[in-house]
Design a protein around this ligand. Structure first.
Ligand code: ADP
Ligand code: 5GP
Length: 205
């Protein structure tokens, strides 16, 4: 079936398990590319430039903004984060899917430009579990943990701006739900117009 490329946007409070769920999803879907964001934050232990993020200095990030190289950008937890535009354009033009894992400010800016995207918000099973996950990750300072927890409550209240919410109680279950969402979205008639029209034009033998 001919298919048009989908822009998939995933957000959720820090520590809810977005990265874990997205990695598991990408492992099962080699056909979905991941949009590597640019950021001015420092790499956490184990993170690699060009794999997890493009780790940039503030002047370089600001030059990308001036040169129009970012689809969107936002200041999150005192650092800049942004989505490079070129890869998104290339993938969608080629009819291929691309996944963005970005914060709600960025997601809503993208939604204005790509209203046909698939917008999914990942919720924690409870706020206590969210705190436990952030602390358990062991990558953030106490100041950063408090900042992320304060932001989480407000952020979650805005989850109704997304089309779908998925509770990450267990990773395989969350991944299955996202799989189901993607499968249904790919079956939408308005995402398959080229194929529908090509079939209806085929002559009977
Ligand atoms: P985020 O990308 O949303 O900031 P991470 O993917 O880094 O979150 O996950 C935060 C922590 O929670 C990690 O230590 C991860 O292993 C753990 N985690 C993720 N999903 C689950 C889950 N369903 N149950 C228990 N722990 C989880
Ligand atoms: P972290 O520092 O934990 O990797 O990410 C912090 C927050 O920044 C998360 O909410 C994450 O979704 C968001 N983020 C990551 N990349 C981007 C991006 O390109 N644009 C925006 N707006 N947010 C991003």
């Amino acid at each position: 079936m001919s298919k048009e490329g989908c822009l998939i946007v995933i957000s959720g409070p820090s520590g809810t398990g977005k990265g874990t769920v997205c990695n598991a999803l990408l492992d099962r879907h080699a056909e979905i590319a991941y949009s590597i964001s640019a950021t001015t934050r420092l790499p956490r232990s184990g993170e690699k430039d060009g794999v997890n993020y493009y780790f940039l200095t503030k002047p370089v990030f600001e030059k990308m903004i001036r040169d129009g190289e970012l689809l969107e950008w936002a200041e999150v937890y005192k650092n800049y984060y942004g989505t490079p535009l070129k890869k998104i354009q290339e993938r969608l033009t080629a009819g291929q899917d691309i996944l963005l894992e970005i914060d709600p400010q960025g997601a809503m800016n993208v939604k204005e430009k790509f209203p046909d995207g698939i917008y999914i918000y990942i919720l924690p099973p409870s706020m206590a579990e969210l705190e436990q996950r952030i602390r358990g990750r062991g990558t953030d300072s106490e100041e950063s943990i408090c900042c992320r927890l304060r932001a989480a409550a407000d952020e979650i209240a805005a989850a109704d701006h997304y089309q779908y919410v998925v509770v990450n109680d267990a990773v395989p279950r969350a991944v299955s739900k996202i799989n189901a969402i993607l499968m249904a979205e790919h079956c939408r008639a308005d995402r398959n117009l080229t194929f529908i029209h090509s079939l209806s034009r085929q002559e009977r033998k």
